[in-house]
Design a protein around this ligand. Sequence first.
Ligand SMILES: *Cc1c(COP(=O)(O)O)cnc(C)c1O
Length: 479
Amino acid sequence: MSDASSGEDLADLELSADTMREMGANVLERCIDHVARLGEAVSCGNVHDIEAIRSARLALPEIGMPIDPLLDRLFGEWIPRSFTTPGPGYFAYVPGGGLYATALADLIAETTNRFVGVWPAAPALAEIEASVIDWIAQWMQFPSAARGLLTSGSSMSTWIAITTARECRLGTRIREGVAYVSRQTHHCVAKALRLAGIAADRVRVVPTDATYRMDLGALRDAIEADRAAGLCPFFAVSTAGSVHFGAVDPMDEVADIAEEYGLWHHVDGAYGGFFHVVPEFRTILRGLPRADSLALDPHKGLFLPYGTGALLVRDGRDLRRVHGASADYLPSNPDDEVYDIASYGPELSRPFRGLRIWLPMMLYGAARFRAAIAEKRSLAVLAHERIAALPNVRVALPPTLSLFAFRIEHPDRSPEDNDRSTRDLIAGVTALGRVMISGCRESGRDFARVCVLSFRSRRTQIEQLVADVAEVAARTGRT
Ligand SMILES: *Cc1c(COP(=O)(O)O)cnc(C)c1O
């Protein structure tokens, strides 16, 4: 951008208004063009060409360069070498899409670059973030004493929840504390427990029933056994939509048991929590509003770009008790009632996350989010109906929310052969380039899974998915 020999002031990093406008227009044009072409993009880019991938490792230039060749390589070579996560045919893992309004919100947040870590530095912006948490808490029917935090994702939310529970319930008696998860609990919980100082020998993996929901009798037995051994059961996790099969734990009953034994009940709503926005789905998620803490991923169920997680804690004072801190060099918080973000979580300096949820919410309004979430479930139900009707397909569990898993089962073949056919099906469907699905292994068997949660996935893509699964499944029958 500058040339040392021209006698330019190298330390002046500010751009002229015209340069900013020009660069901005250039970037915007490419982004919009990228979104406009998502429908025709291959559903999974070539992520195996190591040579081309390594080309992204450039040496740091001593003298800066113009933006155009960089954008050419980004948009032309490196971005396409990935799973097309924002594409309409993305049914792998847990989609979301990534609403454009959030990109604009980030542009505003990062060009204005205000400090929202402490309330006095940008009080109105902290209020915006507080209102986003209030909206989410109302959707989840949490009490008015609830407080929360916007995080980078559910892994962080889970770790913050566990640390908070550990500090409030165990204090210095960490080694006595026991946590209860199920066989279907997401692996980020085991990781967060470890990071929070709860060792693996204090984590009980409770079995699940035939529909992959936590076995309540087994949970109760495990708690009783630990109590009898002089340990301190303190934390239980329910999942509102598991990643393998979309199973929803009996949260109401787990809440009863947690209450009876004095456990902190955490709900992992990373994938399924936002289905609670739709009143008709609240019976499926019965008991969710009783959680002591709830992890949510707006980058899944609210269709926002990655890096948007949320945590709600039923009694907001618990979050403050654990994260409250003050320093003599910072402006002090005038009032405990205001939302001083750094007092509710581990970070001090952080991006202004509130805006990336607030802007799309204000632009679309709640009704359109409700409609989109409801539609994703209908589409999954439709996809399930069609795929379950195909020959030699066995569904593990019909969609509770918007995800289901299935496998190829030829009655006259060994389970191992059917595993192979199932893996071939996943690869074959994705290789057709129109939709992408992923798989999972459960009790030693392979399954293909379909998760409908991108706002860009509509009826057309479901028809395509069903057609492609049918085509490839028929092929596996002939080998
Ligand atoms: C995605 C997911 C997580 C992890 O959340 P991140 O936002 O990726 O950190 C945890 N639990 C479930 C059920 C998930 O779907």
